[in-house]
Design a protein around this ligand. Structure first.
Ligand code: SF4
Length: 349
């Protein structure tokens, strides 16, 4: 890593201000964004519609970072998991999940590790290493685009996005820019474990689909599964979700990982209906992915269907997310950002 300024960390406004400091007009920022994100150029010399003097000046002061996967693992179901090593050696993962069209959804990380300590999550076991910079978040998307087009981006990989709020908002601004990657806000979803003040701050600063990892419908169980619930219990969290939904006119998605004998009973389904009644929402049910080192188990098919049916019968919108990439530990809650004995490289670039 050198001490040059990485343009990948800059939003359009940042780049306009930086170019202004070099005596350059604002339109140059859009020119540079097109080269960086649409042509995916990392060498200033290739930017042929920029004057030679400016190209030389920029290459003396700045750089354009990229991410190359350390390993790529392919699942039998078409899911692809990328392991990236960052410039300081920290490692993160992203997962490409095929959609029914020729596009894919990319699940990206926002932190190396995570400090939130959710009991069912592999990422939690190693704690937080550090926040990702905006460029490190966006570069996961740039790297995955080398394998084909992406329909949607979900910030549901390693880390709690709202624990890295400023960098995540910069990354969203970069993802949204028309002259750059051009993802509209409707194509990006941010998932949080429930940091209430940051959720409300996010709402003020940028538009994005919000998903909340819920996993229990009473405080006693949720606090056991997700320590953040001690700080922001359900009444506070659900009130914030209701406000988010009302003020943004968007439906909030609640993710509910079904764990055998823990939160999969019809008693809990009944509590869930009552809890979520005030919020315009959708419930995304996810079957827990069993992994070594965890005492939790996946529920059987009948239990999952009965839980979903109860929600549907009581007027909730409840979908069941197909578990993808289990054979390569790429499913929800399985990302840990390191190679292990099961990791094998199917493609290295
Ligand atoms: S589920 Fe999300 S917030 Fe919870 S520990 Fe895992 S990565 Fe962090």
């Amino acid at each position: 890593m050198d001490d040059k300024i990485d343009l990948k960390n800059m939003t359009h406004a940042d780049l306009v201000a930086y170019l202004d400091s070099l005596g350059q007009p604002a339109f140059r920022a859009r020119q540079l964004f097109k080269w960086i994100y649409q042509q995916r150029v990392s060498d200033f010399a290739a930017m042929t519609n920029v004057s030679k003097a400016l190209r030389e000046d920029l290459s003396a002061r700045c750089r354009i970072s990229t991410l190359t996967p350390l390993t790529v693992q392919d699942s039998q179901d078409g899911t692809r998991k990328y392991l990236f090593s960052l410039e300081d050696g920290a490692t993160i993962e992203a997962v490409r999940i095929p959609m029914e069209t020729d596009k894919a959804t990319l699940c990206i990380s926002t932190q190396a590790g995570c400090a939130m300590g959710c009991a069912f999550c592999m990422t939690a076991t190693s704690g937080l290493s550090r926040n990702l910079r905006a460029g490190e978040i966006v570069n996961q998307v740039c790297a995955a685009l080398e394998d084909g087009p992406l329909g949607n981006i979900v910030m549901m990989g390693m880390g709690e996005p709202l624990h890295n709020l400023d960098n995540v908002i910069d990354a969203l601004n970069i993802l949204y820019l028309d002259d750059g990657l051009g993802f509209g806000a409707r194509r990006v979803t941010l998932s949080t474990c429930g940091l209430v003040p940051e959720m409300l701050e996010l709402k003020k600063r940028i538009k994005v689909n919000l998903a909340v990892s819920l996993n229990a419908a009473d405080d006693e169980l949720r606090s056991r599964l997700m320590p953040i619930n001690h700080r922001y219990p359900l009444a506070e969290l659900i009130a914030a979700c209701e406000k988010y939904s009302r003020e943004t006119k968007q439906r909030v998605t609640f993710e509910y990982i079904l764990i055998k004998g823990v939160n999969d009973s019809l008693v809990m389904a009944k509590k869930l209906v009552k809890l979520l009644h005030p919020v315009r929402c959708k419930i995304n049910l996810i079957c827990f992915n069993q992994h070594p080192g965890s005492d939790f188990k996946s529920p059987d098919e009948n239990t999952i269907r009965a839980f979903q049916k109860y929600l549907l019968d009581h007027g909730m919108v409840a979908t069941l997310r197909a578990g993808k990439g289990r054979d390569i530990d790429a499913a929800c809650g399985q990302l840990k950002g390191r190679m292990d004995s099961k990791t094998h490289c199917t493609a290295t670039r």
